[in-house]
Ligand binder design. Structure first.
Ligand code: HEC
Length: 137
């Protein structure tokens, strides 16, 4: 491999790394998140889809009933109780959507699912999380 070629690879890896680090943090300001409109009606079908996704992506940290008491959560973090009335990052549909997509700051132990879960599925997750009882309708 020529020297220039090695340079090219180095630069490419650096750019990719920067991209990954940037996408691991919340880029949507809270005020904008709060205004996002949920396009998916919260009905039984949506909540059931959200529940399935929750089992796959969230349960091992937040627990079977969303109370943040899962024994399999990594020891260095304390997953939030999603069934209580305390919402440090906001309880609107849009704010919950952004947390799921972009992760829970400020230290981002909970990573966002951007690129892994579609917007549509994320709204199903939002509908499910809100059905856990922590948010007054
Ligand atoms: C690796 C463990 C982990 C996974 C997986 C995880 N979370 Fe979290 N979540 C956390 C932690 C830890 C926090 C709290 C962050 C903090 O304050 O340090 C959190 C916070 C939240 C919050 C914010 C709660 C508040 O009070 O503002 C929501 C909403 C949330 N998670 C929903 C979800 C959903 C939905 C999923 C699945 C798509 C999920 N989480 C997956 C660890 C996780």
């Amino acid at each position: 491999m020529s020297r220039w070629c090695a340079w090219g690879w180095g630069a490419m890896v650096a750019v990719m790394w920067l991209g990954l680090t940037a996408s691991a943090e919340q880029t949507t300001p809270r005020a904008a998140a709060a205004k996002l409109k949920n396009p998916v009606a919260s009905n039984a079908a949506s909540i059931a889809t959200g529940q399935q996704l929750y089992q796959k992506y969230c349960r091992f940290c937040h627990g079977a009933t969303g109370r943040g008491d899962s024994p399999s959560a990594p020891k260095d973090m304390k997953p939030s109780n999603l069934a209580d009335a305390t919402w440090d990052r906001g309880s609107t549909d849009g704010e919950i959507f952004v947390v799921i997509q972009e992760g829970a700051g400020p230290d981002y132990k909970m990573k966002g699912l951007k690129g892994k879960v579609s917007d549509q599925d994320t709204w199903h997750l939002v509908n499910y999380v809100r059905s856990l009882g922590g948010v007054a309708k």
